[in-house]
Design a protein around this ligand. Structure first.
Ligand code: AMP
Length: 423
């Protein structure tokens, strides 16, 4: 049996890696422009972190976690991280980052694991970039995080997106809204599907997430959470919107964008792409002022952040031909040998080039002169340096420009100087 990648996972081959590097480079640059620093946390954590930090009624915790017991004799339970926010908050609390600065702004580029049904844009191991801004409850933080996310996509050239925005208010708002939603749904209870009936008691907000077309009318006419916001939450939401308008960031209000868990509050947002299929969310985020408390922290720890999928971004960027300008990395110079003695010389010469910061390559297969020349053209090297017995004796080598076929006879030092200028 041939060994293959596991269902829902993918190799990222050298032929694709440039796309990843380009995205990672751009993402890092924009995060750093906003004063964010990178954080890296372990791939696995105690299962209880995610039970508390994501919520037991979510699909992730309910059925998608890769949980394992490392030691059959112990009750310790570990889980491969299905998202980053809980891990980042754990790290923030564990290391007392609050003490080192009034606000902590961190970003990540990480792989995550969810046991979902694989399809286009949905994998079991996938990558996200995202950030968490911890320490401020002010609407300026929400606006800046949304603007940061938006600037990343703009810098990458991704258009055709829709930013959906909503406010979940505070705890009191959600309690009043949940009651109103149940009140509204009660006469329609029999129309609900099995899963929505289950959510009716436990978490009625999640009924609004339903993709069941039979429920579309009921959901469309449901009360809207923004009509239940208290004065403070309303002002918070209005300030976020004022900033977005000032920044020239378009958005639509989507009252269906709700999160069922109590530690989410105020702003919620999602970025959708018209260039994706059924899985059309590029990224999303919001405010989660109550998360730290669910992890056992007693000090107020307001926070806001977002997470974006990289595989889906690549699908969109390929469609929009945004990778076309990426150029394959090629060696500046290939060393070609015409004898055994020359081979030794080319090995050392290539090393000296690399030490001088020049991308150089040399034949490792003891191939014929002709095959080495062919290889130089195949990899697209700019120059070939040809060394045979005569060259070794005279100390002068042929430097061939492979694009123009112009050849010069130079000492090795002269070649080094010339290539250093071109690098
Ligand atoms: P979430 O953490 O569920 O809010 O997801 C944030 C973003 O991560 C989504 O908008 C997707 O772009 C991406 N994402 C989530 N789940 C997957 C998955 N299973 N495979 C690929 N990308 C995903």
């Amino acid at each position: 049996m041939k060994l293959q990648t596991v269902k829902g996972t993918k190799d990222i081959l050298p032929s694709e890696i440039q796309k990843w590097h380009y995205i990672e480079r751009t993402v890092r640059r924009v995060f750093e422009r906003f004063g964010y620093e990178e954080i890296r946390t372990p791939v696995f954590e105690e299962t209880s972190l995610f039970l508390r930090g994501i919520g037991e009624t979510t699909d992730i915790v309910g059925k998608e976690m890769y949980t394992f017991q490392p030691d059959a004799a112990s009750s310790e339970s570990l889980t491969l991280r299905p998202e980053m926010t809980a891990s980042v908050m754990r790290a923030y609390l564990q290391h007392g980052l609050r003490a080192s600065a009034p606000i902590t702004k961190v970003y990540y580029i990480s792989e995550l694991f969810r046991k979902e049904r694989p399809q286009a844009g949905r994998q079991r191991q996938f990558w996200q970039f995202g950030c968490e801004c911890i320490g401020s409850a002010a609407p300026e933080a929400d606006a800046e995080v949304i603007a940061l996310m938006s600037m990343i996509y703009r810098t990458l050239g991704v258009q055709n997106t829709v930013l959906r925005l909503n406010s979940l208010g505070n705890l009191e708002t959600r309690k009043r809204y949940r009651d109103a939603l149940r009140e509204y749904l009660r006469p329609n209870y029999e129309k609900l599907d099995a899963i929505s009936k289950e959510r009716f008691e436990k978490n009625p907000l999640r009924i609004l997430d339903s993709k069941n077309p039979d429920l579309a009318d009921v959901i469309a006419a449901a009360p809207r959470i923004i009509d239940y916001l208290d004065t403070e939450s309303k002002a918070h939401f209005e300030t976020v919107q004022t900033y977005l308008k000032q920044f020239g960031i378009d958005y639509v209000i989507d009252f269906k964008l709700v999160r069922g868990l109590d530690y989410y509050s105020q702003t919620a947002f999602e970025l959708q792409s018209a260039d994706l299929g059924a899985q059309d969310a590029l990224g999303g985020g919001g405010r989660y002022d109550g998360l730290a408390a669910t992890l056992g922290e007693d000090k107020e720890t307001p926070a806001v952040g977002f997470a974006s999928g990289i595989e889906r971004l690549i699908i969109v960027m390929e469609k929009l031909r945004l990778f076309d300008m990426l150029e394959k990395k090629v060696p500046m110079v290939m060393f070609i040998s015409q004898s055994d003695a020359a081979r030794e010389w080319t090995m050392t010469a290539a090393m000296q080039c690399r030490q001088a910061g020049i991308d150089a390559d040399v034949d490792l297969l003891r191939r014929s002169f002709k095959a080495q020349m062919k290889e130089s053209n195949r990899v697209g090297a700019h120059y070939a340096v040809i060394a045979g017995e005569n060259e070794l004796q005279s100390g002068k080598f042929q430097l061939k420009n492979l694009a123009t076929s112009v050849q010069e006879e130079l000492t090795f030092n002269e070649i080094l100087e010339k290539l250093k200028i071109e690098k």
